[in-house]
Design a protein around this ligand. Sequence first.
Ligand code: AP5
Length: 224
Amino acid sequence: MTDAKSTVLILLGPPGAGKGTQARMLEEKFGLVQLSTGDLLRAAVAQGTPAGKAAKAVMEEGGLVSDEIVLAILRDRLGQPDVARGIILDGFPRTAGQAADLDKLLKYTGQNVDAAISLEVDDEAMITRVAGRYTCAKCGEGYHDEFKQPAVAGVCDKCGGTEFKRRADDNAETARARLEAYHAQTAPLIAHYRALGVLQEVDAMGSIDKIAADLGSVVERVSA
Ligand code: AP5
């Protein structure tokens, strides 16, 4: 097992690329902590915090929430002790400004980005993935109508929960807006991390297990 103490990984990829699915698998395998800004924002929306109220409409339209709000909620989360085990940033950074803020934060904590992993996928397939997605309402485990169903219908493999939910932004129209935001504002970060020498590109059109194996090899290599 890799010493994951200070590992910092970034998962880059459009909506539906499998960032959340793979981050949860890496979390289990390597003892890292998944930090999903999407999940943090959805929690803020559900709690009705000021940040959540400001983010709600933007998320429902498929746009990007302001860097200021995203950074504030991420900074709060990074203040919790479990992150010392190493982190997988899922959905952050998403803009040049967020990448610059992350560099500053890591400089302060004496860390570096070990790998920015770009999940390489096909846009049209992403719409199908997003539209069929649902999660366990109790533990958040992700499923898909076609590609990943629970072993026992209606029962979560992970926690035994029997209630499932779908995200408000998981419809074809909003997914297209999210894809546009990805290409306009986030995809340029691939060049940024390539220039820093930490970019790893992984074909994310295969099976979930094959992609997990490829990602596992990357993580073992960069955190050795
Ligand atoms: P966020 O929650 O980050 O959503 P996203 O980036 O659009 O990504 P998704 O969660 O849709 O996809 P994923 O890549 O995690 O795929 P998953 O593993 O679930 O952000 C939501 C919103 O919050 C944004 O639109 C924005 O408004 C805001 N936001 C968040 N972060 C922000 C930031 N930093 N700055 C500004 N705004 C921010 O997989 C999808 C489905 O496919 C699942 O059902 C899964 O089972 C299935 N699947 C996965 N892999 C495979 C495979 N290999 N084959 C077949 N099916 C697969």
